[in-house]
Design a protein around this ligand. Structure first.
Ligand code: BV8
Length: 232
């Protein structure tokens, strides 16, 4: 069994808890409801068809908020690890914010899409968009976000990377959304090590090799330090 600092191929799965200390609400904090609508109703194709104004405003609000928030110490610690020559780090994020990018990370798959992108509902053209989607465009442009019932992005690249991942680290996710919640199982089947860093235990904690509770801005920098050879 290799020592932690000898593990080279690292996959990080991040969730809303990673951005919570940056001021972005998690789904649980908002107890999954928004304006009395369950998140699946608002973040779904059916919800968009039924009430495009409600859904577009839900995303307009969150897109505006991006301008007011900053990456936190956990995002920065992840970006530092990625810069190490001897590490091969892939970040799979469930988050639709751009805080990993702003912290300096490069190798990122936004499996649930990105708030800063919109997609044309007729042509599927995707473009960066930092402003509100206006009423006149409610039906022609939608957030380029993966809603419930829609195929995740980057699936092939994700599964290819998971099968030879030596160290899988889930950060700030309640592991209640699939298929992300099951990624660690692929790593375990291929004899990789699985670590969970989260404020509280989750339904998957007992299946991880190591589960550490705490705030991301504290537990992430302190755990990632163990991956540096010279730290020993
Ligand atoms: C799909 C975009 C199929 C929207 C999101 C089994 C297999 C496959 C699918 C399913 C399945 N069972 C059910 C499904 C369907 C569904 C699903 O998972 N439903 C759930 C409700 C059961 N999955 C899907 O629909 C997925 N698509 O499978 O497609 C398919 C196949 C072929 C063809 C067509 C279709 C797509 C799911 C994507 C949905 N979109 N996001 C948006 O963001 O607006 S999900 C959304 O919610 C987020 O992206 C995120 O992924 C999820 C919330 O999860 P978390 O990130 O974990 O956030 P949460 O608040 O839950 O937890 C935060 C954690 O942080 C907590 O534990 C908390 O303790 C901790 N925390 C808080 N503060 C801190 C902290 N930790 C550290 N420090 C802190 N400071």
């Amino acid at each position: 069994m290799k020592e932690l600092h000898e593990l080279k191929k690292i996959t990080i799965l991040s969730g809303a808890g990673l951005s919570q200390e940056s001021g972005i609400k998690t789904f649980r904090d908002a107890n999954g409801l928004w304006e009395n609508h369950p998140i699946e109703e608002v973040a779904s194709p059916g919800g968009y068809q039924k009430n495009p104004e409600l859904v577009q405003n839900f995303y307009n609000l969150r897109r505006r908020q991006l301008k007011e928030v900053q990456a936190n110490a956990a995002h920065l610690a992840i970006a530092d690890l990625e810069k190490l020559e001897q590490k091969d780090v892939l970040i799979i994020t469930q988050n639709v914010d751009d805080l990993h990018e702003r912290a300096g990370s490069k190798n990122i798959i936004h499996m649930h899409g990105e708030l800063r992108k919109i997609r044309n509902t007729k042509t599927n053209e995707i473009k960066y968009w930092e402003e509100d989607i206006l009423e006149k465009d409610y039906l022609s442009w939608r957030p380029d976000i993966v809603w419930f019932g829609e195929e995740i992005k980057g699936a092939q690249r994700i599964y290819q990377h998971l099968v030879d991942t030596e160290l899988f680290i889930a950060i700030g996710t309640s592991s209640q959304v699939y298929p992300a919640a099951q990624f660690f199982q692929i790593v375990k089947e291929n004899h990789g090590l699985c670590v969970e860093l989260n404020l509280e235990p989750t339904q998957m904690s007992s299946y991880y090799d190591l589960s550490i509770q705490g705030k991301a801005s504290e537990v992430v920098p302190s755990f990632l330090k163990k991956l540096y050879a010279d730290e020993l």
